[in-house]
Design a protein around this ligand. Structure first.
Ligand SMILES: *Cc1c(COP(=O)(O)O)cnc(C)c1O
Length: 379
């Protein structure tokens, strides 16, 4: 029995090298001075990936922890926070804001379109009294990317700190943290880095540190308290014992990703090839613009249930695709083409199986998915 090909938009395939790194002998991470150096070097590698000189922290929980930690550490009761919302994660950010006593003000736009920097500018000219704004780089459930490159400089111009959830984009979409003026950029281990779920990493700017450290009220959290991390290296002290094996795995994964200089090009070409093939066959994507190169959300063809597609893919072909949740439940299925899943051979097999499954379910396709994919991927 061969392994299942996991083509979901995270967690992604974990390579043998990363799995071996997870199995390395461990030391006591609180007491071993070499581990502090290893951790520092790992943070440096992540700085390269994020194109930033800002401090990088690794937190010991899955991607969501970073979103919550940013909110817990920045928000004081009554603070106004602007939540850019054109997707499920964008709206969800507001829930964390409220949980920590902030007032979430939503800048809500069409879920099928990227947020327009011009419209944001117009909005801010009327009201810009916000401590920070939350921006989702890639809306994973809908396969849509927002123009973070333009949105964050607009926000900063109005003196608003920028918190960007780039969990499903980092490593697969361009991201230049310093150049784009991102105060807190958030990533996770299980998306484009192709390490197992369990770690969050984030970069934090001098402006964001100031806001975190100069509060009137102390941060009402421990695990989500970023201030505790300010001097971890100088004082050789971690707030809690580090999951050393996970960090070995993450380090191997970031080293591998950085060695692959064609990573962004690979995501761009193969992402385009997947979309091109789906459209050529007559299928429809969920967004109308701003297509992500890390995940495609395909509208479920009429007369077919998403569960039926997913089940046939898994049972007959041993390929796992994903549905979606919340307002997109039942409306789309998703193909992850991020990190180690963004490979021509895996995507070819996926397209071949999907072609067969859809035809068997009576969906008429106007072209062959695998042939259309290969014609574009080879370019
Ligand atoms: C995956 C992801 C996260 C992390 O949360 P999950 O529990 O893995 O869903 C956060 N934000 C985005 C945009 C993600 O895609």
């Amino acid at each position: 029995m061969h392994e299942i090909l996991i083509m979901t938009p995270g967690p992604t395939y974990v390579s043998e090298r990363v799995r071996q790194a997870l199995a390395r002998p461990i030391t006591n991470p609180d007491l071993d001075p070499d581990f502090y150096e290893f951790y520092k070097e790992t943070a440096r590698q992540l700085q390269k990936l994020l194109a930033t000189k800002n401090d990088v922290l690794i937190l010991n929980g899955e991607g969501i922890l970073g979103l919550e930690a940013a909110c817990a550490s920045l928000i004081e009761p009554g603070d106004r926070v602007l939540c850019l919302e054109n997707g499920i994660f964008g709206r969800g950010f507001g829930d964390f804001v409220k949980m920590y006593g902030g007032e979430a003000v939503y800048f809500t736009r069409d879920y099928r379109q990227p947020i327009s920097p011009e419209e944001l500018q117009e909005f801010l000219e009327q009201d810009s009294d916000f401590k920070f704004a939350t921006v989702v780089h890639c809306e994973t459930p809908s396969g849509l990317v927002n123009p973070v490159r333009e949105l964050c400089p607009v926000l900063k111009k109005f003196g608003i700190l920028t918190v960007v959830d780039s969990v499903s984009a980092i490593g697969g979409e361009p991201l230049l943290v310093d150049q784009w003026k991102i105060d807190i950029a958030l990533g996770g281990s299980q998306k484009c880095l192709s390490a197992p779920p369990g770690l969050t990493f984030l970069s934090i700017s001098a402006d964001a540190w100031k806001a975190v450290l100069n509060r009137k009220k102390p941060i009402a959290a421990f695990y989500c308290n970023l201030a505790l991390w300010k001097k971890w290296y100088e004082e050789k002290w971690f707030p809690y014992t580090q999951p050393i094996s996970d960090i070995y795995g993450l380090r191997e994964a970031v080293d591998l990703l950085l060695q692959d200089e064609s990573r962004l090009e690979r995501h761009r070409v193969l992402g385009e090839a997947v979309r091109g093939a789906l459209l050529a066959a007559g299928l429809k994507l969920y967004p109308v613009e701003g297509f992500a190169n890390t995940v495609s959300a395909v509208q479920v063809p009429e007369g077919v249930k998403v569960e039926t597609i997913l089940e046939a893919m898994l049972k007959k072909h041993r390929i796992m695709l994903a549905g979606a949740f919340d307002v997109l439940a039942g409306k789309v299925f998703r193909i992850g083409h991020m990190g180690e899943n963004c490979r021509e051979d895996k995507l070819y097999l996926t397209m071949k199986a999907l072609d067969q499954v859809l035809r068997e379910l009576g969906v008429s396709l106007s072209a062959s998915l695998p042939l259309e994919f290969i014609a574009r991927a080879g370019k």
